[in-house]
Write a protein that binds this ligand. Structure first.
Ligand SMILES: Cc1ncc(C[n+]2csc(CCOP(=O)(O)OP(=O)(O)O)c2C)c(N)n1
Length: 346
């Protein structure tokens, strides 16, 4: 069994999917992408093999933030935008927890933007599942920081005038060590990617391209739609060239300082010209370029974009406490009470 975090105890008994399904009625709309994500998690948790009581699902507010009710583990439904802050405290106080943050694009990047970027910068060991439906779902269709410019929504009847965030750019810019992207209609890839995210040491952000069937239906269709995905998605695999297309004869090459789409066999292009993906590269420049690719000129990258090594805040805190304890003459409360200036009253 693959578990990198030796601080989280493994289950003595074999658990299965049904152990993680809660008795609560799932209240998401029929057809909402969240159902597939929930299903993927209830299959993944037993596979990771930790004790059931060591999983915690933490959320803010939004449709996706109802997640903790639907997984039979410990859970915390927090306040809007604060899931990353709550989760940070949990992991630092109790490193034996496997922490899963569920957050929407509005929850994490609008009201929660500050908490989100600082949890990432500190590299606290947790997995952040970023449900990106490019809209505020729960509050019925206001635009969010990822809504495409010009989109007509409840709060932008004439089209938004804002440049959206690309979550990958934000995460990598905040010194994120792990960023992956997957879609709610690719359950197998989603589950493998979430597993890798869980095994990563540090804050792992997985952007889930999620369809809100009511307020932003088909917002990701050009990338995730069955009829487009072969031409508009490049699935990243560490150490392999960035190839895509129905016949896998298209690829991405680095031409001077830009990525460009090329066809193998045309204009003298061969497989050797195609960029090879390195998810472990510490310098994020090329990963950032890959993260920014999008139709119509380039396919969008799905899979693990970045998985770099860096110390985690929670481990550093532990080490610092241990080092200070070892140096300190104070070993117990009695020592503390008898330390410093003592005034004797006679
Ligand atoms: C302080 C505060 N401001 C605003 C709200 C209203 N509110 C609840 S959910 C939400 C946005 C949710 O959108 P998103 O995070 O994208 O999640 P989704 O519902 O799409 O999953 C807002 C603005 C709130 N609950 N609390």
């Amino acid at each position: 069994m693959k578990t990198t975090d030796e601080r989280i105890p493994k289950s003595d008994i074999e658990l299965n999917r049904s152990d993680f399904v809660s008795d609560q009625m799932v209240k998401w709309c029929p057809g909402c992408g969240n159902h597939a994500i929930l299903n993927s998690i209830s299959q993944l948790f037993p596979r990771l093999g930790y004790k059931k009581e060591n999983y915690v699902v933490v959320s803010g507010i939004g449709c996706s933030s109802r997640f903790p009710y639907y997984v039979s583990t410990y859970g915390f439904h927090g306040i809007h935008g604060r899931a990353a802050a709550i989760a940070s405290g949990m992991k630092i106080a109790n490193p034996s927890l496997s922490i899963w943050v569920n957050t929407g694009d509005g929850d994490s990047m609008a009201i929660g933007g500050n908490h989100f970027i600082h949890a990432i910068r500190r590299n606290i060991d947790m997995t952040i599942m970023l449900f990106n439906n490019q809209i505020y779902g729960l509050t019925k269709g206001q635009y969010s920081p990822t809504t495409p410019m010009g989109a007509i929504t409840k709060t932008s009847p004439y089209g938004t005038l804002e440049t959206p965030f690309n979550p990958a750019e934000l995460v990598i810019g905040a010194q994120g060590t792990f960023f992956a992207r997957t879609a709610d209609n690719s359950p197998k890839d989603m589950s493998n990617i979430l597993e890798e995210a869980a095994l990563h040491r540090g804050t792992a952000v997985v952007e889930l391209l999620q369809n809100c069937i009511i307020f932003a239906d088909k917002t990701h269709a050009m990338v995730t739609g069955k009829e487009y995905r072969e031409e508009n998605q490049v699935f990243l695999k560490h150490g392999e060239p960035l190839l895509y297309g129905k016949d896998r004869n298209k690829g991405i090459r680095l031409n001077k300082l830009r990525l460009e789409a090329v066809e193998i066999g045309k204009n003298g292009i061969t497989i050797d010209d195609i960029l090879v993906h390195d998810q472990y590269e510490q310098d994020p420049i090329i990963q950032l370029m890959i993260a920014k690719m999008a139709p119509p000129h380039l396919p969008m990258a799905v899979g693990i974009i970045r998985a770099a090594k860096a110390p985690t805040f929670d481990r550093l805190v532990d080490e610092q406490i241990e080092a200070q304890k070892a140096k300190s003459p104070i070993k117990c409360v009695d020592d503390l009470l008898n330390s410093g200036d003592i005034i004797e009253i006679k």
